[in-house]
Design a protein around this ligand. Structure first.
Ligand SMILES: Nc1nc2c(c(=O)[nH]1)N=C([C@H](O)[C@H](O)COP(=O)(O)OP(=O)(O)OP(=O)(O)O)CN2
Ligand SMILES: [Zn+2]
Length: 142
């Protein structure tokens, strides 16, 4: 009999501050493009992340994967490096990468993909605010 495919999601919130600023742009360009988000002293967000995996529902365990394991991976990839941090100053990845929600989604995707079995990670959804939401599914283009 063919296996059923399921999607499971774990939600995690964290707090962090950041500033949108690109080292490859002039100060004037940074101000024009990022506006208030380029404020030198930064600003904060209560981020919410949804991590979704997709896979076969195991006939013996009834699970796509154990949510307890997913919770532990989220602790390593999201909470330890990002919670209560200044993204630009405390997280080496963002030293030269602008801390947009798009790039934050990629950071989380790459970290989760390293810990999960190949092909299981389906989607990272980051709510920067209630109104600003980014989805990343590992896609790339040339
Ligand atoms: N493509 C992106 N654009 C912007 C990002 C981003 O990550 N990707 N981020 C920001 C800022 O970080 C900023 O904090 C957004 O906040 P704000 O505009 O205040 O948020 P809201 O739209 O939810 O607030 P309202 O003023 O209530 O509409 C900017 N752009
Ligand atoms: Zn912001």
């Amino acid at each position: 009999m063919s296996a059923r495919i399921g999607f499971i999601t774990r939600v995690q919130s964290f707090c962090a501050s950041h500033r949108l600023h690109s080292k490859s742009l002039s100060d004037e360009e940074n101000k024009r493009i990022f506006g208030k988000c380029n404020n030198p002293n930064g600003h904060g967000h209560n981020y919410k992340v949804e991590v979704t995996v997709r896979g076969k529902i195991d006939g013996n365990t009834g699970m796509v994967m154990n949510l307890t394991d997913l919770k532990e991976h989220i602790e390593e990839v999201i909470m330890k490096p990002l919670d209560h941090k200044n993204l630009d100053r405390d997280v080496p990845y963002f030293a030269d990468v602008v801390s947009t929600t798009e790039n934050l989604s990629v950071f989380i995707w790459d970290g989760m993909a390293k810990l999960l079995p190949p092909g299981l990670l389906y989607e990272i959804k980051v709510y920067e605010t209630e109104k600003n939401i980014v989805v990343y599914r590992g896609e790339q283009s040339n």
